[in-house]
Ligand binder design. Structure first.
Ligand code: PMP
Length: 383
């Protein structure tokens, strides 16, 4: 049998057959009426998923491209910005802001900690404010989903713009762009939006538009003004990845047909199932044991076992692809993603693989209980 692969990473994620089918149709021209109708619907659906009446810009880029667009449109060299960082992707905001010449202050936490709004308020008052606060909703490297609503309220109170990396959270856990006052929210196609990699989505609030730097700026492709002007006519400034837009449109249709609230509940239950199974085996969670942690479950490797070896063995021997630890967590944790096109049997497959390989590697784990616990946690608990 051709080698079967199971993709259980927090991006890229599995793509539903309806989306794959739509993407396999003949390529259409981006300035044709065929494409315009799809583009218009896709943008409308994106606004629904973002829960915004404002603009959502679409870029052919990975999520990091969308993050870069926020920096290059909202800041100029010398601007004071504050980055809230508790892992790999928070650090990315800081590195990018430094690259753009901002005066970067960082509210830094240990990887795995959850940022606290009180700390943010204190830091902003010490600093005398900041132009922009950059935050990460779901810190994919640790499994922590931050309380962005509270962080944003604190930042807004101090007069800062709030920019949120929601690359791995949009469509999986609750996020309210308008109601929470988020000035720019960045996401990517390859996570909970159930589409292959290649598209970044970027919301822009009225306050953000008012701040966009005019005149000489280090941006061309990512110029928000130019993108909006063309998008408003359901056109695009440059050639978009048309087939991926076609796929995203179908995927967003599936997500909205399920219902956002239902999708959030499914993700919370998947997280519960995963954590229940992991604990039943006798493993320790690295990510928090709470319902907010519904994007990716991070697990400590048992003593004496390198998590990288576990991930590699699962992939090479069984075609099961999990994510290893990043940065200081390399070798120490492994991560099971459960965003997008997942149901509980994806969780049980991942758990069965982990159980098998860990015991082959000599770990002292309880076998034969994880799957029952996971199924029970999924079926019998209501969020
Ligand atoms: N932020 C977060 C939270 C992510 O999970 C990722 C991707 N793992 C990124 C940013 C970067 O996205 P991309 O790889 O699409 O540039």
């Amino acid at each position: 049998m051709a080698e079967k692969r199971y993709l259980f990473t927090p991006g890229p994620t599995p793509v539903p057959p309806e989306v794959l089918e739509a993407m396999s149709r003949p390529v259409i021209h981006h300035r044709s009426s065929d494409f315009r109708a799809i583009f218009e619907r896709c943008l409308e659906r994106l606004r629904d998923v973002y829960r915004t009446e404002g603009d959502v810009l679409l870029y052919t880029a990975s999520g990091t491209g969308g993050m870069e667009s926020a920096l290059s449109n909202l800041t100029r060299p010398g601007d004071r910005v504050l980055v809230v960082s508790a892992g790999h992707f928070g650090e990315r905001w800081a590195a990018m802001a430094r690259t753009f010449g901002c005066e970067v202050d960082q509210l830094t936490y240990e990887w795995g900690e959850s940022p606290a709004p009180d700390d943010l308020a204190r830091r902003l008052s010490e600093l005398g404010g900041a132009k922009v606060v950059f935050t990460t909703h779901s810190e994919t490297s640790t499994g922590v989903v931050a309380d962005v609503q509270a962080l944003a309220a604190t930042a807004k109170e101090a007069g800062a713009l709030v920019v949120v990396d929601a690359v791995s959270s949009l469509g999986a856990v609750p996020l309210e762009t308008d109601a929470w006052g988020l000035d720019s929210v960045i996401s990517g196609s390859q996570k909970a939006l159930m589409t292959p990699p290649g598209l970044a989505t970027v919301s822009v609030s009225a306050d953000a538009w008012a701040t966009v730097q005019k005149g000489a700026a280090s941006r061309y492709y990512f110029d928000w003004g130019q993108t909006k002007a063309r998008q408003d006519a359901f056109d695009s400034a440059f050639t978009p990845a048309v087939s991926t837009v076609v796929g995203l449109d179908v995927a967003l249709g599936l997500l909205l047909a399920e219902g956002l609230e239902q999708a959030f509940e499914r993700h919370a239950r998947l997280g519960r199932a995963c954590r229940a199974g992991v604990k039943a085996m006798g493993l320790d969670l690295f990510s928090p044991d709470d319902d907010r942690s519904a994007v990716v479950t991070a697990i400590n490797a048992p003593d004496g076992i390198d998590s990288g070896e576990l991930v590699q063995t699962l992939r090479d021997r069984h075609g099961i692809v999990l994510a290893p630890g990043q940065g200081p967590l390399k070798g120490k944790i492994f991560r099971i993603g459960h965003i997008g096109y997942y149901d509980v049997f994806d969780i049980t497959t991942a758990l069965a693989g982990v159980e098998l390989v860990l015991s082959e590697l000599g770990a002292d784990i309880e076998r034969g209980v994880a799957i029952t616990e996971a199924l029970d946690a999924f079926e019998h608990t209501r969020v």
